[in-house]
Design a binder for this molecule. Structure first.
Ligand code: NAP
Length: 288
């Protein structure tokens, strides 16, 4: 196995690099500066220079609100970029493992979204990611697409890292309680991407348990207190996502059904209540 990781400076890309290092899996990771996913020639040159067997695409335009203002760039990276990977996958015989999002769904369901459910993205980010899935599949039907949601981890900014920063600095924290999803620990996803890499099709991956951001913040507050992490925050107040309306519409319900990937991996995915304390252990270590 000779791996190529695109998006090596991002939250997931860095988690995947860590996993490879720990498991002694050879890889080459590239950043946007080194290889721009929208540049097909650059991708081809790189693929021609190395005997890659697998390409893990962690590169994306991920600024959900920013995508509304920079739609052209979002589509170039998320849609054209994904298609480019299909082209090099086909030309060089490289397996493509592409990461997508729960935001391809509109949020009008009441039960967890299956891989086969009808999509209906609300904003430019979700629309561009969906177009990326479709363009990639059209060029390379044997690709593997893993949709994930509410990604967090120790190697990048995310909702959980921002929450812990707020808990340390604000006396009162208002957090939206009307959107339901599933968090995903980047470490768990990185390991799953390696395990699923020989499979084709669409898979959903997220840690177990539907939850709101309010519930996560409350749980983090409790655990952080128990661990003796110094916090300023005394009060966490449930709020409406409308209070934070900042650009892009977001699905009110984007809980992913993960039974398909659990069947392939042969294991249940860890519950969010088990992974958050692990993440806080890291926060505790790094804040000393
Ligand atoms: N974060 C979430 O909550 C979430 C939820 C669901 C799905 N996902 C999906 O999970 C995947 C990983 O997300 P993440 O949170 O790890 O993202 P991230 O931290 O924002 O990292 C994205 C990476 O893509 C790179 N990139 C951007 N434009 C590029 C281009 N034109 N060419 C090459 N690289 C480019 C970025 O490089 P620079 O830093 O140099 O720009 C960065 O390294 C994405 O597919 C995302 O859509 C994320």
């Amino acid at each position: 196995m000779k791996m190529w990781i695109l998006g090596g400076s991002g939250l997931l890309g860095r988690a995947l690099i860590q996993t490879c290092l720990k498991s002694h899996i050879p890889y080459i990771a590239s950043t946007r500066k080194e290889i721009d996913i929208t540049n097909l020639n650059a991708l081809k040159e790189m693929a021609a220079a190395h005997p890659f067997t697998h390409l893990f695409n962690c590169a994306a335009f991920t600024d959900v609100d920013g995508a509304e203002k920079e739609a052209e760039l979002a589509y170039a990276v998320n849609a054209l970029g994904a298609e480019n990977l299909g082209i090099i996958g086909k030309e060089f015989g490289i397996r493509i493992i592409h990461v997508s999002t729960d935001y391809v769904f509109g949020g009008d369901k009441e039960t967890p979204y299956l891989e086969t459910d009808t999509t209906g993205p609300l904003g430019v980010y979700g629309k561009s990611k969906l177009e990326g899935e479709e363009r990639l599949k059209a060029v390379l039907p044997t690709c593997c697409i893993v949709r994930t949601s509410w990604l967090f981890g120790s190697l990048g900014k995310n909702f959980l890292s921002r929450t812990i920063d707020h808990l340390k600095t604000l006396e009162t924290l208002h957090v939206d309680s009307d959107q339901q999803g599933r968090v995903t620990y980047s470490r768990d996803l990185a390991a799953a991407l390696l395990d699923i890499s020989c499979h084709s099709g669409i898979f959903h991956f997220a840690n177990e348990g539907a939850v709101s951001r309010f519930e996560i913040a409350r749980d983090m507050h409790r655990h952080a207190r128990l661990r003796g992490i110094p916090l300023k925050c005394e009060d966490i107040i449930p709020a409406s996502s409308q209070d934070f309306a900042s650009g892009a519409p977001r699905p009110r319900y984007s809980v992913l059904n993960t039974e398909k990937i659990e069947g392939v991996l042969g294991a249940k995915l860890r519950h969010w209540k088990d992974v958050i304390p692990e993440y806080l252990l890291y926060v505790e270590k790094t804040s000393k």
